[in-house]
Design a protein around this ligand. Structure first.
Ligand SMILES: [Zn+2]
Length: 247
């Protein structure tokens, strides 16, 4: 019975033992995410909903570990002079690591009040920033684009400030069984919770429509899934990576 509790990702039945790539914790994962909004189940939304995904020691989530594992193990980025990174809505464990390898790391958020950040975070509205064209090697927006009404404006801005050859990691919650869900007349947190399953989301993207959107802005998009290769690290087996390159 004990093994069934180790790293048990409820939404997919992954029962590999969990080992945290950030803090080294070995054991079972804590539950996280809302379970009271039926839309998350009805649309089988990936990257949202109730699941065993929180490290009890460092509090990292499956979404945070996915970006970390990708950058560290797949991209194999290391401490490099001049490496410039922009990290929007920074997750703590990721921020600590990125700060340690990048001497041009900037963490930004459009909502600085009532949030606890571990390091320095400056005001950044990703729809319109003061950064230069071609400034960043990497831009990380982990489940941020889904919160922005003017998503295309934000994506065009990300493309503008990304270096040619640079990469943006632009994760969002995804449904693969429905078209993109977006209601023009939904305004309040309570209304959003009912139709999107989260009070700050502006839509739920269909996977293929999301790639079309990213491509229409000018990104070259690679979609891949690394969760099976790193199945001990508590990744969501269903969450694909959307790696967006600027040619
Ligand atoms: Zn941990």
């Amino acid at each position: 019975m004990e093994n069934l509790l180790l790293g048990n990702v409820i939404e997919s039945g992954n029962i590999s033992p969990f080992s945290c790539p950030f803090c080294g914790y070995n054991g079972s994962l804590d539950l996280m995410g809302a379970d009271r909004f039926p839309v998350l189940r009805t649309l089988q939304v990936i990257g949202a909903g109730r699941r065993a995904a929180r490290c009890p020691k460092c509090k990292s989530s499956d979404k945070e570990r996915l970006v970390y594992i990708y950058l560290k193990e797949v991209e194999k980025i290391e401490k490099t002079k001049g490496l410039s990174m922009l990290h929007i809505a920074p997750e703590s464990n990721l921020q600590i690591w990125l700060q340690s390898i990048s001497d041009k790391y900037i963490a930004g958020d459009a909502f600085l009040q009532n949030q606890k950040f571990i390091g320095k975070v400056q005001f950044v509205d990703i729809r319109q920033t003061e950064f230069c064209n071609n400034q960043f090697d990497y831009i990380i927006c982990n489940h941020v684009i889904c919160d922005i009404k003017e998503d295309k404006t934000a994506l065009m801005e990300i493309l503008r400030i990304l270096k040619t050859g640079g990469k943006a990691i632009l994760q969002v919650p995804i449904t693969k069984i429905s078209k993109t869900v977006e209601y023009p007349n939904v305004y309040t947190k309570e209304e959003r919770e009912v139709v999107y399953g989260y009070g700050y989301h502006e839509r739920i993207y269909n996977d293929k429509e999301y790639v079309k959107l990213l491509t229409s802005v000018g990104f070259v998009v690679d979609v891949y899934n690394i969760s099976a290769r790193y199945n001990k690290n508590g990744l969501n087996p269903l969450e694909d990576l959307y790696i967006c390159k600027k040619k």
